[in-house]
Design a protein around this ligand. Structure first.
Ligand SMILES: [Zn+2]
Length: 91
């Protein structure tokens, strides 16, 4: 009887461990906005990946990491392509 109870407790512990492991995996793989996961997640967010800047020439949104940058009158302007950058200077 004692062995049975011990096995039952072990099973419950294993179950809760599996459940928390599944929750951890869901937090890890979810790309959608999860406010709780974001606040308590152990993995830091990549700031550059979510930082979008608008190209003033064509209106496209470009990642701050991937954009072409030009400083115009002390302000950083982001462009999606060299064509847009050149057009901005021409206009
Ligand atoms: Zn553009």
């Amino acid at each position: 009887m004692l062995a049975f109870i011990g096995r039952l407790i072990l099973m419950l512990v294993a179950l809760s461990a599996i459940r928390s492991a599944i929750r951890f995996a869901q937090n890890f793989f979810s790309s959608g906005p999860g406010p709780v996961a974001r606040r308590s997640g152990p993995y830091p967010l990549r700031k550059g990946a979510t930082l979008l800047k608008q190209d003033p020439v064509c209106g496209a949104y470009v990642s701050g990491d991937a954009s072409l940058k030009r400083i115009v009158r002390g302000e950083v302007i982001h462009f999606c392509s060299p064509e847009c950058r050149d057009q901005y200077h021409a206009g």
